[in-house]
Design a binder for this molecule. Structure first.
Ligand SMILES: [Mg+2]
Length: 205
């Protein structure tokens, strides 16, 4: 199977670095803010906040992102039997640092694709992805009746709001759960393209 993997907050822990930088540069606890439903940007100041985000995406600071827990081990294990395709919405100018991160952590990929913030649905279809693992629910809005199974990495990003996602999305909360989902898909139940019930849904007949 060709397995699609998002990069920021799916392979690499963007949020962990963000929380660390916010504490060091602005002196507040972003997780605590988000737990209260408050965004960090207004408190830090929009200009300084946006400059920090650009620095995380467009400089070697990307390399300071730790991997998500168990991501490297499980990706390497999956790569023994599947093709891993990184599918990110990053811009061209942000890509050199992503490639460097993949090299640094030894993630074996057969392809690295980027959309310049455009939809991931066309490339996922074009490249025959059986599943796409991604932390952003919005990225799956146009995956209804799509051959790629949308696997939402729930809770991977620090956010002041819980994401809303459709019934076509399979929610998983850890790389270990994603590995189980891949095994399930590989076994043919449910098959890609079939109706996927949400993990929290009622057990059907
Ligand atoms: Mg992401």
């Amino acid at each position: 199977m060709r397995i699609g993997l998002d990069f920021d907050d799916t392979l690499a822990d963007f949020s962990a670095l963000l929380v660390e930088l916010v504490a060091a540069r602005f002196g507040f606890d972003l997780r605590a803010m988000h737990a209260e439903g408050k965004p960090g940007r207004p408190l830090a100041g929009a200009e300084r906040w946006d400059a920090m985000i650009l620095e995380m995406l467009e400089t070697d600071l990307t390399l300071a992102m730790p991997p998500k827990p168990d991501a490297v081990e499980i990706a390497q294990r999956l790569a023994e039997r599947h093709e891993l395709v990184v599918l990110t919405s990053r811009y061209d100018r942000e890509m050199p640092f992503l490639h460097a991160w993949l090299d640094q952590h030894g993630i074996p990929t057969s392809d690295v694709l980027w959309t310049n913030r455009e939809s991931k649905a066309p490339p996922a279809r074009h490249h025959g992805l059986g599943v796409l693992f991604d932390d952003t629910a919005r990225n799956f809005e146009d995956f209804v009746e799509h051959p790629t199974v949308p696997a939402l990495f729930l809770g991977a990003a620090v956010s002041p709001r819980a994401p809303e996602y459709g019934a076509h999305v399979r929610a998983v909360s850890h790389w270990r759960e994603f590995e189980v989902l891949v095994e399930t898909l590989e076994a043919g139940d449910p098959t890609p393209g079939a109706v996927i019930r949400p993990a929290t849904g009622s057990a059907g007949a």
